[in-house]
Design a protein around this ligand. Structure first.
Ligand SMILES: Nc1ncnc2c1ncn2[C@@H]1O[C@H](COP(=O)(O)OP(=O)(O)OP(=O)(O)O)[C@@H](O)[C@H]1O
Ligand SMILES: [Mg+2]
Length: 241
């Protein structure tokens, strides 16, 4: 059964696009067919994180407004057997889309792909509604920082209001030293601040930062602690543990 996984956050810059790219890469490496949809309209990043920025012609808005067919807006990442990107629209695109558009698009994509991963925008409002409308599972990415955690909880409440129960939090950019010193919220504090189940923790690592700049999903380097950790998290999410 195909699944739609939407990735959102309260605060910006928490690692949604990074996680989307790496989750997509891991699932594709495991033999699944995957499409990543960048829904951060005007502020798209996923094309850069995958090194595909020069190959994007059409975007999700073009598909939804009937300007092109779905197939024309899918850019294949040739490093994988079946990993595709549908980019977000550039800034100043005034075309309107609704949650229903997103549901219809994902129903069509489900005919072709095992996983549809939606990289959402930060915050609450229309962007969140669009990103989560077709979701079977929602991931809320937060940093181990008081403001980010509170904002993640606000998003979680909004998801609950919308009847979305199948959701996980991921704590990203963790600095174990600061955490041990008690300078930032500890994992116990974070669990208390969030009602949502935690699927995993990702350390701050310069190699992750460098890889996104180079357009390489870091999980392509097999056997590293980062790849093993991402694999574990993705397994928890897809197997719903
Ligand atoms: N664990 C990490 N270690 C080091 N750098 C990271 C880590 N996670 C994310 N980053 C870096 O943080 C920056 C923001 O990440 P990313 O773009 O994925 O966040 P985002 O939530 O998608 O942001 P936005 O809200 O703008 O869409 C990027 O430069 C990324 O490389
Ligand atoms: Mg992003």
């Amino acid at each position: 059964m195909s699944k739609v996984i939407s990735i959102v956050s309260g605060k910006g810059g928490t690692g949604k696009s990074l996680f989307a790219a790496n989750m997509g890469a891991l699932l594709a490496m495991g033999g699944s067919s995957v499409v990543l949809i960048d829904m951060d309209m005007g502020l798209r990043n996923l094309d850069i994180y995958l090194g595909l920025e020069n190959r994007v012609v059409y975007n999700v808005m073009d598909v939804l407004s009937g300007l092109c067919r779905i197939k024309q807006a899918l850019v294949r990442d040739k490093r994988f057997k079946a990993l595709y990107l549908m980019s977000a629209a550039p800034p100043k695109d005034e075309r309107d889309i609704t949650p229903l558009h997103m549901k219809v698009l994902c129903e069509r994509l489900k005919e072709q792909f095992d996983y549809i991963i939606i990289d959402g925008s930060a915050g609450i409002g229309d962007g969140l509604d669009l990103a989560v409308a077709p979701a079977d599972t929602v991931l809320v990415i937060t940093e181990a920082e008081a403001a980010s955690i509170r904002d993640a909880d606000v998003v979680d409440r909004e998801l609950t209001k919308q009847g979305i129960e199948n959701k996980f939090a991921i704590i990203n950019k963790v600095d174990p030293e600061l955490m041990a010193l008690g300078a930032v919220p500890t994992l116990a504090d974070i669990s208390k601040g969030l009602r949502i189940k935690i699927a995993g923790i990702i350390q701050y690592d310069r190699n992750i930062f460098i890889a996104t700049n180079k357009g390489m999903p870091i999980v392509m380097k097999l056997g590293t602690y980062i790849e093993r950790n991402f694999s574990k998290i993705v397994k928890r999410i897809t197997e719903g543990e």
